[in-house]
Design a protein. Structure first.
Length: 359
């Protein structure tokens, strides 16, 4: 495993840093330190913990033109005994490398990825909020830094982790979903399963439309038949139909969410029936109208689990969910939050303790 070099000025900066804001919000504050690793000559050269600051990039760096970049999103929680724990970080490490392979980028050995995440978390321990549902959000990412305008994979990369003490992503209201029937975000054989900027860039035009129509989230349908639900721009989707929890089967156009997997596992442990299958938007809307789809929710690391209030179709017809504070979704959310916060026994391997530095 590669050692992370700790720069004393980074330690001094983070030690002095405090946040006095009861409304942390999501991604509003960033810790004044970051992990940085350089890849060159076919290997990861070094890992450093540095003061947070702007990057100096040559204007011809490949990431700026061809979008060769990937990222992750994960959380670190404070437990009642004051110890801190990452939530299922191995899953993020594996997904990061899956994204890296698809984007012709170098993998990071899982132990180096975990050690880097653990190191920045340890130095941010005093910034990890105590309140239930709050956490330290980690954003590891990798960019192509080779200079040159030729379209080919970079040979040089930068891996960075920044950390943001965060509260909830949504203010608390149920989410209004806009069904995108025209634009597509990614196609079979493409990059949908990878966590790479291009998927999000492709979603932003619809996001603007979604907001203009008074909704909060865009729902993406499959790009071939424009019929089957895939996911939101940054979250996975669940509906409760005939008392069963249903979610679209994973394909190469859907991100394999850590929260999605955890919700399925928690639901099954609670003896709630879960179906992973193709789920058409028309089936869901019909079931909403017939009162058989009583609730629906989105889930993701940032959003945790948020109930859906309504779906808006292309013709602006609104389909309201009967239970916009969904009982089942909230039950699963509470269980997940309790596990993450160390207030309920976690299944084997779900929490990953971060060593205490006492620095
Ligand atoms: C497109 C997309 N789908 C789903 C998710 C949920 O994934 P996870 O639960 O791993 O955060 C995210 C967030 O990371 C996302 O960006």
């Amino acid at each position: 495993m590669k050692k992370v070099e700790i720069h004393p000025d980074a330690v001094e900066r983070v030690k002095k840093f405090t946040i006095n804001d009861p409304q942390l919000g999501f991604g509003k504050y960033v810790a004044p330190i970051m992990i940085q690793a350089l890849y060159d000559h076919g290997e990861w050269q070094r890992f450093d913990l540095l003061p947070y600051g702007p990057l100096q990039l040559d204007p011809c760096s490949k990431v700026l033109h061809y979008g060769q970049e990937i990222f992750e999103g994960m959380k670190v929680f404070r437990h009642p005994d004051d110890s801190i724990h990452m939530f299922r970080p191995e899953m993020n490490a594996r997904r990061f490398n899956l994204s890296a392979r698809r984007m012709a980028m170098p993998e990071i050995p899982e132990e180096d990825y975990l050690n880097a995440c653990s190191t920045i978390s340890a130095y941010c321990k005093h910034l990890i909020p105590k309140r239930l549902g709050e956490s330290l959000y980690l954003r590891p990412f990798m960019i192509a830094t080779e200079v040159g305008l030729g379209i080919k994979p970079s040979k040089q990369f930068l891996f960075i982790i920044v950390a943001s003490p965060s509260g909830s992503y949504f203010a608390g209201d149920a989410v209004k979903v806009y069904i995108e029937r025209d634009d597509i975000r990614c196609a079979p054989g493409g990059i949908g399963f990878a966590k790479t900027g291009g998927n999000y860039a492709a979603s932003l035009n619809s996001y603007a439309k979604t907001i203009q129509l008074g909704c909060d989230q865009t729902m993406w349908l499959d790009s071939v038949e424009h019929k089957y639900i895939e996911e939101m721009s940054g979250m996975n989707f669940f509906a409760v139909i005939d008392n069963k929890v249903v979610t679209p089967t994973l394909t190469d156009t859907i991100l394999d969410g850590v929260t999605r997997k955890s919700i399925i596992d928690i639901a099954r442990a609670e003896k709630i029936e879960v179906e992973e299958r193709k789920l058409s938007i028309d089936e869901v809307l019909k079931a909403v109208q017939e009162g058989r789809c009583t609730e629906a929710f989105v889930c993701g690391t940032a959003a945790v689990v948020a109930p859906i209030a309504s779906f808006m179709d292309k013709d602006q017809t609104v389909y309201k969910l009967r239970d916009s504070q969904g009982k089942i979704g909230m039950q699963l959310r509470e269980k997940l939050i309790a596990i993450q916060a160390g207030r309920f026994d976690a299944p084997q391997g779900w929490t990953y303790p971060v060593r205490d530095l006492n620095f």
